[in-house]
Design a binder for this molecule. Structure first.
Ligand SMILES: C[S@@+](CC[C@H](N)C(=O)[O-])C[C@H]1O[C@@H](n2cnc3c(N)ncnc32)[C@H](O)[C@@H]1O
Length: 299
């Protein structure tokens, strides 16, 4: 991200904070819902008739999001690395986003396929525990494959995204240790299960959630490479705050466009586990640690 692009950030902040406009800064764009895993906590992958968007549709959706104000894009799925159209692949979409004017691109992958050629500015690999904990949620053998593929990816900005639920909560501390010791991983981001329809049973007990947040805060204070800011983590202990989740607009695999996370439609914001809820609130309150975490993530 260059200096000119950076000057957009204070402009965006003034427009939203002072003028009260709800302009997104980031787009979460689902390019398919086809997946090579069937994770227990996921309500997104297609149980039948998977959708893969066309290049033309994605192009139109990127331009729409750019017009709204978004300058960062996260390509999501399904499994985004599976996306193809004739001779085009995920890198074609990343190049397209840059041509349109997006400052930075991210993908989230389950790392079941090699992704050493992916040119996104940063890569999120989903890691839901170590060994059997990860496999229990994501399928037998998926942890080993993930290890192999992050080893060969050589990406300079590879971080892991962990979603804590009632199955893997005993593994959180070990997962943070693992992220610290693995030289291919830059940082770890801690989220909690969000009870989308059909996955409610994986919701973590609230007291346990607060205890885990306290442990994560302590580790962060000791210098562990945890992406969440302390201000954002504290917010996640009690979801009773005014959500600022319009900072990301969402475009789903079926083409539905939401000005914020789909969780709002489902009425589950008060049980939300996405750390971004707390981070976005703290960004708008200009909490210095959250601002620095955001800069580290994006720049
Ligand atoms: C839907 S997946 C798609 C990308 C890719 N297939 C993967 O597994 O990383 C994107 C992220 O959402 C997380 N996720 C899925 N269901 C969730 C839920 N109910 N609550 C919180 N995060 C969830 C996943 O763990 C993953 O990190």
């Amino acid at each position: 991200m260059n200096l000119l692009s950076m000057s957009y950030l204070p402009y965006w902040f003034l427009q939203t904070k002072l003028l009260g406009k709800k302009k997104p800064l980031q787009t979460v764009l689902f390019i398919n819902n086809q997946c090579n895993l069937k994770c227990k906590h996921c309500a997104i992958y297609a149980r039948e008739k998977p959708i893969t968007k066309t290049f033309a549709q994605i192009s139109e959706e990127l331009k729409y999001s750019y017009r709204l104000g978004a300058r960062f894009v996260d390509f999501e799925g399904g499994e985004p690395t599976l996306w193809r159209e004739e001779d085009k692949n995920l890198n074609s979409l990343i190049r397209l986003a840059k041509q349109i004017g997006f400052f930075s691109t991210t993908i989230t992958t389950n790392a079941q396929r090699p992704f050493d050629n992916i040119i996104a500015d940063s890569i999120w690999v989903s890691l839901d525990g170590i060994g059997k904990y990860h496999d229990n949620i994501r399928g037998e053998g998926s942890f080993e494959k993930l290890l192999e593929n992050i080893k060969t990816s050589n990406h300079k900005a590879l971080s892991v995204n962990t979603v804590v639920n009632s199955l893997n909560y005993p593994a959180v501390e070990d997962t943070i240790e693992f992220a610290k010791d693995n030289k291919h991983i830059k940082s770890i981001c801690i989220n909690f299960h969000t009870p989308f329809e059909g996955t409610e049973c994986l919701m973590l007990d609230w007291k346990l959630r607060c205890d885990i947040i306290d442990m994560v805060i302590k580790k962060k204070q000791c210098g562990y490479p945890i992406m969440n800011s302390i201000s954002g983590l504290k917010r996640m202990k009690n979801m009773n705050f005014e959500k600022k989740c319009w900072i990301s607009n969402f475009i789903m695999a079926d083409g539905k466009r939401y000005p914020q996370c789909q969780g709002k439609e489902e009425g589950i914001c008060d049980s939300c586990g996405f750390c971004m809820a707390g981070e976005m609130y703290s960004i708008m309150s200009l909490k210095p640690d959250t601002v620095f975490a955001g800069i580290d993530l994006r720049i």
